[in-house]
Design a binder for this molecule. Structure first.
Ligand code: KIV
Length: 275
């Protein structure tokens, strides 16, 4: 069944957990979609897990559009949400609406996500007014890594915890249909999830959120630069891939691949006429 923002809203009312995963290309989006996930996020984590940057700040609109197009082509049922990259919405309301529109018009996204609390609420309102669904994102918002002084758990003191609750309420009031809560204490995420009527999608925010999201390379153990505490390895695909690549190298080196089974034939008669 096709997921829409209504699926997200009714899941919260019916206390059904929502599932989201990231994807960045056609074949992975197709695999994930076939498994029945509610939403696929083309995250700007692209910058780290696919493009090899140390953070997400170098990711551009063109990068995100390129990968969103591939994911949209591979997705039938999941809601496709695209991440607005650093500096694509902070600069002005005009930029925010214009760039959000590009994801829908050029790349087939059905919603966009942007990072930040009260300070980006005018952008959320403007994008929603342009009829584009918005997912908020608070807590450890990676585009603010330099302000945070590193990738650190957020909301651990009273001022920050209160601000996160207020931010979530303002994001809801601005018209967002869901909010990602990243790397905040579970009990704070529980409070936020109870205080707002739109679904919270947690990553490192505990089991009380209305849904969960993970970066697929993390949960399949395919990304070895670092492993956040909140990641569980659901399948050891990284090791399986390594085994596969090593077997390929061995068989090619030993001359056992390719064999007859993988080769095309030609009539001897035609061969004899070549020389
Ligand atoms: O970019 C991303 O993948 C994200 C998720 C981790 C929520 O923002």
């Amino acid at each position: 069944m096709k997921n829409s923002i209504s699926t997200f809203i009714s899941a919260k009312h019916n206390r059904e957990k929502l599932t989201m995963l990231t994807a960045y290309d056609y074949s992975m989006a197709k695999l994930i979609d076939e498994c029945g996930v509610n939403g696929i996020l083309v995250g700007d984590s692209l910058g780290m897990v696919c493009l090899g940057y140390k953070d997400t700040l170098s990711v551009t609109m063109e990068d995100m559009l390129h990968h969103t197009k591939a994911v949209s082509r591979g997705t039938k049922n999941a809601l496709v949400v695209s991440d607005m990259p650093f500096m694509s919405y902070q600069t002005s309301l005009y930029d925010a609406v214009k760039n959000a529109g590009r994801f829908v018009q050029e790349a087939g996204a059905e919603a966009i996500k942007l990072e930040g609390g009260a300070v980006v609420c005018p952008q959320i309102q403007a994008i929603v007014n342009a009829q584009i669904p918005v997912m908020g994102h608070i807590g450890l918002t990676p585009q603010s890594v330099n302000m945070f002084g590193g990738f650190k758990v957020q909301g651990k003191n009273i001022v920050d915890a209160k601000k996160l609750i207020e931010d979530a309420k303002k994001i809801e009031a601005s018209g967002a249909f869901a909010i990602v809560l990243e790397c905040i204490p579970s009990k704070l995420a529980d409070i936020i999830s109870k205080e707002i009527s739109i679904p919270t999608i947690g990553i490192g925010a505990g089991g009380g959120c209305d849904g969960q999201i993970l970066v697929y390379q993390d949960m399949l153990n395919m990304f070895s630069d670092f492993k956040p505490k909140f990641v569980k390895t659901f399948a050891n695909i990284g090791d399986l891939m390594r085994d596969g690549f090593k077997s390929y190298i061995k068989e090619v080196s030993e001359g056992t691949f390719p064999n007859d089974e993988h080769c095309f034939k030609i009539d001897d008669e035609i061969l004899s006429k070549l020389y």
